[in-house]
Design a protein around this ligand. Sequence first.
Ligand SMILES: [Zn+2]
Length: 235
Amino acid sequence: MQPGQFSGSYPLFRFFDIRVYLHWSWFIMAAVLVELRTKQMGMIWQQALLEVLALFGIVLLHEFGHALACKSVGGEAKTIVLWPLGGVAFVKPPQRPWPVLWSLVAGPLVNVVLVPVTYVLMASTDHELARAMFLINFVLLIFNMLPFYPLDGGQILQTILWMMMNRWRAMQAASAIGVAGAIALAVLGFNFGQYFLIFMAFFVGSQAMEGFRVARELAEAERRLGGPIPPVDAS
Ligand SMILES: [Zn+2]
C-alpha cells in the first residue's frame, strides 16, 4: 500500500520525525461507533466517545511500534496514517528477513505489552473505560495476528516463509492464505450481519490479490537476474 492511496488525510502531529495523519473517513467510523454504542447499548455519548479515543490511542501505539522498530534497524519510517480499519505505518526496513520481521512483530508486541497494563488498570479501577481498553487491545491483538496477508500475522508468516524459500514463493503462499482468509471473513460477516467484517474481508482480499501481482513481479525479476534477488538495504 502506498501513502498516495490515502489522499484526504490530515496531518495531526510529528513525533520522532514520524508524521501522523488522520484520514477523513476515520470521523465517519467514529460517528458510527458512538451512534451504535449510545443507541443500541444505551451508553452515554461521552463514554462512547472516550472508547473511540481509546481505540485511536491503542492503534497509534501499535503503529509507532512498527515505525520505531523499523528505524531501530536502520530502515525508513516517516508516515503513519490512521483510518477506519486501523492504522498503516509506512515503513521501509532493510530488505532482509530479520529486519523486516522485527518491523512487523513490533506492532503486535505493543499490544502484548498492553495486555497486562490494561488488565491491571481494569482490575484496580473497575472503571468501564478501563474494561473497554482491555477488550479493545485484546481484540486488536487477536485480529492482527490472524495469518491472513496483509494483516500483521499474514506478513509475519510471509517473512518466516521467506527464510525457507524464494521471496516470491513466500509472497505467493501468503497471498493465497490471505485470499482464503478474506473469503472466511466475508462468510462470517454475512452470516452474522457484521459489516465491519465484510469491509475487512474486501480489504484483505484486494490486498492479497495485489500480493499475487507483487509475487509475479519478484519472480520476473529473479528470472531476469538468473537467480535469487540479492538482499538490498533500504538505507
Ligand atoms: Zn500492525
